[in-house]
Design a protein around this ligand. Structure first.
Ligand code: B12
Ligand code: SF4
Length: 494
């Protein structure tokens, strides 16, 4: 029987678990009378291309970002699995194929798939959606290959598109309507996927309980996708955990796919209380744990009992956007927490054995050498708490994201561009930022903190450094897909 739409996710995504967006859309479509299947090209390739696992190391292997590189370095290996996956999709005889653009890595593999579908004679329609569509502009190659793009949340607009509307909020326009009541929407449906195929062996699943963020950090573009912070009720979140746990008994970690899980404190406490109750009453497995991104809140909002309660409910890991050890850098970023707040957060997490994943950012435009030293000092100071840090993630070095507030501050930050189009000011050049990143990596390693495999400097040497075989002529910023052209249309909210 023909399906209305097949949702496809493409590399590069974490092979541990599927993303939640298409699973949410699947259940929402079913409630509105449309059939769909969720298929994951990312995990399919990951399992088929065992000898190319380096493509999944780190966050952004350059080949996923550039179609020519991808074809040059991996084309022969990709061809067979791409076509066989495309054939599996077409067995459903879909009217629509919908491909998630999760990050700028999604475009190149999506183009390969679209070409395969067309070669195999697919005559239906293509629609794209997902966070990185907000970076599209008139010259984005993939736009010309598809029928429609949904910008922003798609729960309502996708239904309108499938019903035959070809314009309206979010349909081929960055102007979209934000959802007002998240409690209205059904739980994500992952039943099309075989969770055992993921690297976590089916032990981790995502849940989405909020959209947007209570902060407005200068370097972040979350407000382009969700200008207002909206959240589900704590009771419903806890019910979702129960629901997924019954459907997928292998799952013992639920991850929030939220910008932060501690945005709505009242509902978060209700959630924690519900989970503690469920566990005490034997309704939920005792070893169910939770992880996700959260913010460092001011000390006065975080008494010891708050951490104790999180530990009791099973919070396993808190991904904390620490970014910098320098208060003045963080103040410019608008992170809104002091060194005292941060020290308290780390100490309390240590006391109650709540894991921390430290998300760091090197080379923010106001970061001087002295500020950078403070980041080194932060780790020295907390070496005694290192066991609580599950991992320290350095990310890349700072790049300007279109739609992020700092994009519009370039003049006041005295930002200039060199011949290669890499930014610099009196505080750092591209090379200095790379060196700082290396110094931080060495320092953190020497102090004994855990870090994931880090391929960043290898990538930079191979693709960007002078005197090496230079494959890329774009600037570092442009290469990751972040260009001012995305601002041709600034998202306006309806
Ligand atoms: C979880 C997460 C991750 C996880 C990814 C897990 C995985 N499996 O790979 C981790 C931590 C690894 C990660 C990494 C990165 N992430 Co991230 N991440 C998120 C986060 C917090 C949640 C995403 C999510 O699931 N949201 C919930 C669901 C419901 O929303 P959604 O995915 O947007 O889906 C909705 C719509 O987009 C749409 N939709 C989705 N799919 C489809 C498909 C079709 C056909 C249609 C029509 C619609 C549609 O409908 C859905 C329902 O409304 C978001 C921020 C956020 N709050 O959304 C950032 C976010 C997506 N990440 C972002 C970035 C930049 C990154 C990194 C590049 C960071 C870095 N520098 O290293 C890396 C790169 C990822 C990669 N390719 O490897 C940015 C993307 C910005 C942009 N404009 O593109 C975001 C928005 C955060 C931000 N503002 O900075 N990330
Ligand atoms: S706290 Fe995180 S998600 Fe929120 S604005 Fe800051 S960086 Fe973005």
């Amino acid at each position: 029987m023909s399906k209305d739409i097949i949702f496809i996710t493409v590399p590069k995504l974490d092979p541990n678990m599927p993303i939640v967006g298409p699973a949410l859309l699947k259940s929402q479509l079913r409630e509105n009378g449309f059939s769909s299947v969720y298929m994951d090209f990312n995990i399919y390739l990951y399992n088929q291309m065992e000898d190319c696992r380096e493509l999944w190391w780190g966050d952004e292997h350059p080949c996923w970002l550039d179609l020519d590189l991808l074809i040059e370095d991996y084309g022969t290996k990709l061809k067979e699995p791409t076509f066989s996956f495309a054939k599996d999709v077409l067995k459903h005889n879909p009217k629509w194929i919908g491909i998630t653009q999760f990050s700028t890595t999604s475009q190149a593999p999506s183009i390969l798939l679209i070409k395969a579908f067309k070669e195999l004679g697919y005559k239906g329609k293509f629609v794209l959606g997902g966070p990185s569509c907000m970076l599209f502009h008139s010259e984005t190659p993939i736009i010309k290959m598809v029928d429609h793009v949904i910008y922003g949340e798609a729960e309502e607009s996708l239904i309108e598109l499938l019903e035959g509307k070809t314009s309206g909020p979010g349909i081929d326009t960055k102007n979209f309507k934000q959802l007002q009541n998240l409690d209205k929407y059904p739980f994500p449906d992952y039943t099309d996927l075989r969770l055992k195929e993921y690297s976590s062996n089916g032990s981790v699943l995502y849940m989405a309980s909020s959209r947007g963020c209570v902060r407005n950090c200068t370097f972040c573009d979350i407000h382009a996708m969700a200008p207002k912070f909206k959240f589900r009720s704590g009771k419903l979140m806890a019910k979702e955990v129960m629901h997924q746990s019954l459907r997928h008994p292998t799952v013992n970690v639920m991850r929030w796919a939220d910008s932060l899980f501690n945005g709505a404190m009242k509902e978060f406490h209700i959630f924690l209380d519900e989970i503690i109750n469920y566990k005490e009453e034997g309704m939920l497995r005792e070893d169910m744990q939770f992880a996700g991104q959260c913010i460092v809140r001011p000390k006065r909002q975080c008494p010891p009992w708050y951490f104790e309660k999180m530990a009791k409910a099973g919070i396993l890991s808190q991904d904390l956007g620490i970014e910098s050890g320098s208060e003045s850098v963080r103040d410019h970023m608008d992170k809104k927490f002091s060194n005292e707040d941060l020290d308290h957060y780390v100490e309390m997490s240590y006391r109650y054995k709540l894991g921390i994943t430290a998300l760091m950012m090197v080379g923010y435009p106001t970061e001087t050498e002295k500020d950078f030293q403070e980041t080194l000092n932060f780790f020295t100071k907390h070496q005694k708490h290192k066991d609580v840090f599950h991992t320290v993630i350095l990310g890349g070095t700072f790049i300007f994201m279109p739609h992020a507030p700092v994009w519009h501050m370039q003049e006041e930050l005295n930002i200039k561009y060199n011949q290669r189009n890499d930014w610099y000011n009196e505080n750092s050049t591209f090379d200095e930022r790379m060196q700082r990143r290396e110094r931080l990596k060495e320092h953190v390693n020497e102090l004994g903190f855990k870090m994931p495999m880090d391929v960043h400097s290898k990538v930079i040497k191979k693709y960007f450094k002078k005197n090496n075989k230079v494959k890329i002529s774009k600037s570092y910023n442009e290469f990751w897909g972040y260009s001012g052209k995305s601002l041709e249309i600034e998202p306006k909210r309806l």
